[in-house]
Design a protein around this ligand. Structure first.
Ligand code: HPA
Ligand code: ZN
Length: 326
């Protein structure tokens, strides 16, 4: 190889990735055409111009609107295959993928259609892309606790396909404790538990996710830095945080990438991973986030390797499989 050949991306696990957030404009238009849906955008470029967000809710409004093009098993399989192809180019070797069933069942798309479609792509992922996969079913926290319970029951026939439950959507005003009952059921069923907490919401929501829901990882969690005692707890228990730097900037959780608390979080001894969240919307996939933090925050090779190693440490892998990655 020539000295100027670009280095291959570091092998990594992606642990915070909403499959609906990988819906690129090209696929939006292709699926709209296939399903006979008319879009309020004339061109892909016109759609892209709508990707300017002021906060989490302004993003969620577009995210939920565009996923209306996802109707059939084939649509979900195509979506997941497109993500896996991109992820492979970014050095992703293992992906734990969120999906939002309520955003589909509420539109009349059955749970089975969503899970069978995603599973079809994931089943072939090791062979086709060299990526091992897990599915994480998220509850929409701005929907009721009763709706989360109904969703969990609707998913019972498919629980052998699901590794963990998660909690996402509009955070403020919807504390983790609202979902104590469904998390208890998930744990009884042998599932792992994660929750978005401390993205726009306060450090108190991270405490609740730990102490009321009993989560195994925190998604985002950047607001933990407001609370020294919380940081000490997260460090002592080595609770992984799935941080999403480009997302934080696009949703204005952080003003500027150069001000991101990632270096301080690493220095504090937190178990940090770097992830892409909704890469079609936030301007980058997994390795693009690594590159962005290297450039904006001056992280050296050792720090980047630590982040990649952390991603496998924090993954829901059995120890024998984990040893093949780290
Ligand atoms: N936060 C909360 N809910 C979400 C996100 C996010 O970044 N992406 C998709 N659903
Ligand atoms: Zn997220």
């Amino acid at each position: 190889t020539s000295p100027s050949a670009p280095k291959p991306p570091l092998p990594k696990a992606e642990l915070h990735l909403h499959i609906e957030g990988t819906l690129e404009p090209g696929l939006v238009f292709a699926l709209a055409e296939r399903n006979g849906i008319s879009l309020p955008y004339a061109t892909e470029d016109a759609l892209r111009r709508a990707y300017s967000f002021t906060d989490l809710q302004s993003f969620l409004d577009l995210y939920y609107a565009l996923m209306d093009v996802l109707r059939t098993e084939d649509d979900f399989a195509d979506l997941a295959n497109a993500y896996l192809a991109r992820a492979r180019e970014q050095g992703v070797r293992h992906a734990e993928i969120f999906f939002d069933p309520q955003a589909h069942t509420a539109r009349g798309v059955p749970m089975g259609t969503v899970i069978r479609g995603l599973a079809r792509a994931l089943d072939g992922a090791q062979e086709t892309y060299g990526i091992s996969t897990r599915l994480i079913m998220c509850f929409l926290r701005d929907e009721s606790a009763a709706s989360a319970l109904e969703t969990f029951e609707a998913a019972r026939p498919y629980l052998d396909r699901i590794t963990a439950v998660g909690l996402d959507s509009a955070e403020v005003g919807h504390p983790p404790s609202k979902f104590a009952e469904v998390y208890a059921l998930a744990r009884e069923a042998g599932l792992k538990c994660v929750a978005h907490a401390g993205e726009e919401g306060p450090a108190a929501y991270v405490w609740e996710a730990l102490d009321v829901l009993g989560v195994d990882r925190i998604d985002h969690g950047v607001r933990c830095m407001d609370d020294e005692r919380l940081v000490a707890r997260l460090v002592a228990d080595q609770v992984p945080l799935t941080v999403c730097p480009l997302s934080n900037v696009r949703l204005r959780v952080i003003d500027d990438l150069a001000d991101h608390p990632l270096p301080a979080m690493l220095d504090a001894g937190l178990l940090i991973t770097v992830n892409s969240d909704d890469p079609a919307y936030f301007g980058g996939y997994a390795d693009d986030n690594f590159t962005a933090v290297r450039e904006a925050l001056g992280l050296d090779e050792e720090a980047l390797r630590r982040l990649a190693r952390n991603s496998f440490r924090a993954a829901f892998l059995d120890e024998e499989t984990r040893a093949t990655y780290v």
